[in-house]
Design a protein around this ligand. Structure first.
Ligand code: GLU
Length: 272
């Protein structure tokens, strides 16, 4: 029934977290990047319009400069991001080039997304890049954002990007298989929810606040992303980024994770 809406998706935002794209020591995980780039290139070749939202700048900067384990000040994190963002883009650009896909870097802040003129500029630029068949690669502009003014996590950033570009679907690739009805660390017997149609109190309390080491997100920020998508009626999927061919699988209508869809009164609104 909802397989059809997944098969019809054309403009698809895909988010990958730090724990997927980097090793625990911060080095970029080339094998995973390759797997991701191959899948995104296949979607691109099939005429879809993928947009990648990637974390890993701070992690990769730490990996390169060897500051692992040291608590970093805000300025240090910003400096790590400045180093790591270059490393990330270098890897993506090299890998996508092998498939003949041109990429563009878009670094956004919360202010860019909220200020009418900057938002309109970001929207128009991304629109044009997609018309040119260029694949936008988005991250937060960590180097210039302080704690108070950052989006702070790429789960909600990816949802805001999905709204900005009028995406048909947001896919959050994680190192977990989807959304569990309670904390799976205390209830290992639980299975992921396959479909969520309402962000109930139970889900919010089950999501708690914990994220993964190295990344900033957790289930809570994923639910916040879902709430942003819900407002615009954009379906969202959480699935494991470790799964071979996961993007193709989702877009052929099989969700090996959790699908969030909004049948109750959330007519699709467009207009960024
Ligand atoms: N923008 C951060 C980075 O690239 C990641 C934020 C997050 O992990 O959600 O390191």
């Amino acid at each position: 029934m909802y397989a059809e809406e997944l098969r019809r998706a054309r403009r698809v935002v895909v988010k990958v977290g730090t724990s997927l794209v980097t090793h625990p020591n911060g080095r970029l995980h080339q094998g995973r990047l390759e797997m991701l780039v191959r899948q995104l290139s296949d979607l691109h070749a099939a005429g879809l319009e993928p947009v990648l939202v990637t974390s890993g700048a701070v992690g990769a900067g730490i990996g390169r400069l060897g500051a692992e384990g040291r608590p970093a000040s805000l300025t240090e994190k910003q400096a790590f991001a400045a180093v790591g963002q270059g490393l990330l883009m270098h890897s993506y650009e090299k890998l996508f080039a092998e498939y003949g896909v041109t990429v563009a870097q878009i670094l956004l802040t919360r202010e860019d997304l909220e200020h009418p003129e900057r938002r309109a500029n970001a929207r128009a630029t991304m629109q044009l890049l997609l018309e040119w068949r260029v694949l936008p690669i988005v991250n937060e502009n960590d180097t210039v954002t302080s704690e108070e003014i950052r989006v702070g996590d790429n789960d909600t950033l990816s949802a805001r990007v999905a709204v900005l570009v009028d995406a048909d679907l947001l896919i959050i690739l994680s190192d977990v298989d989807g959304l569990f009805p309670a904390d799976p660390r205390s209830r290992p017997d639980l299975e992921v929810l396959s479909v969520v149609e309402e962000l109930s109190e139970e889900l919010w309390s089950a999501a708690g606040g914990a994220g993964t080491p190295g990344g900033t997100g957790g289930m809570r920020t994923k639910l916040e992303a879902a709430a942003i998508c819900q407002e615009r009626g954009i379906p969202m999927v959480i699935a494991s980024g470790h799964r071979q061919g996961v993007l193709t699988e989702i877009l052929s209508g099989e969700v090996p994770g959790t699908l969030f869809r909004w049948p109750h009164g959330t007519a699709r609104r467009r207009g960024g």
